[in-house]
Design a protein around this ligand. Sequence first.
Ligand code: HEM
Length: 346
Amino acid sequence: MAAPQPVPQLLLGPPAKAALFLTLTVAPGREDDVRDGLGELSGLSRSVAFRARDDALACVAGLSSDAWDRLVGGPRPRGLHPFTPLHGPRHHAPATPGDLLLHLRARRADLCFELARLVLDRLGDAVAVVDEVHGFTYFDERDLLGFVDGSENPTGSAAADAVLVAGEDPGFRGGSYVVVQKYLHDLTAWHALPTEEQERVIGRAKADNLELPDDVKPPDSHVALNTVEDENGEQLQIVRQNMPFGRLGAGEFGTYFIGYARTPDITERMLRNMFLGDPPGTTDRILDFSTAVTGGLFFVPSATLLDDLPAPGTAPAAEDAPEPPPADAERPGDSLGIGSLKGAPA
Ligand code: HEM
């Protein structure tokens, strides 16, 4: 009988109204405690999610390359490496500290807050929070620049295909790679631009959210630089779940960028286009109004693997892993229905 497929974490749930992004570091010597704590995440999620079953609470956890080596034994995910900082002619994408990423989402902010409280309580002083962002939905899914953000995300099975590792790395089937960056906007400069100019920066119309025609959309617009294709002309896609955030008193207005993909290569290519330019020097005009202040790359193991991460020195060698089905076999998400994750409310 074929081995059961690993169940993905809930990357592709219904649209969230609120999100909480926590970046944590793991205290030296506390790796075992944290690995055990991660194994309890699905149970903690169930405890909160079950009490508000219509509100789609999800908590997705990812580990950085360095954290993987410290916490987990055996083979490592093929594409996992530290976030590559970028230094372009005008703009910089820094790499900032972070061993773990927790991405909590729900239709209600209180659920994210409660679950994060329980998780941090469980992890205790084995972790330190180095970044905490509370995101909210702004009108009809707009960012604080006033544009609808997320329209061109793939949906349904195309989304699962874009984000879930499959036959290319069978030991990590059902996993995903996530890149996060916290951006701060210069809204004074942005608001000084006429709407038509803002639309040329983004590459879409502001009011009705239509993409600008190719002959009008500038090559340095955000959409132009993030539309990337493979050698056969197929568009390469990621799933973005960005959220606005801010602190009025501090004059802080931001977008938390979060992009899931089956391989980090695609997101990294988009970042190179934005920061270094494509062709080189043609950088993304959104960066003239947005500064990246954090950057991290994490591997999101399947929920099945997260529940039972092997300790260093205990994992079976890759060649002992169960024989994978052929690469074109059913994808991890397909048999489960997108979003029907272990630990999610029924
Ligand atoms: C598209 C906002 C950062 C990748 C868009 C759109 C908006 C937007 C408004 C157009 C509508 C849509 O399809 O979603 C922002 C803001 C950012 C940001 C405010 C932070 C300042 C990034 C980053 C990446 C990225 C860092 C990739 C590394 C994309 C992609 C599209 C897109 C792939 C769709 C392009 C298409 O196929 O039309 N973004 N974005 N974005 N963005 Fe961003």
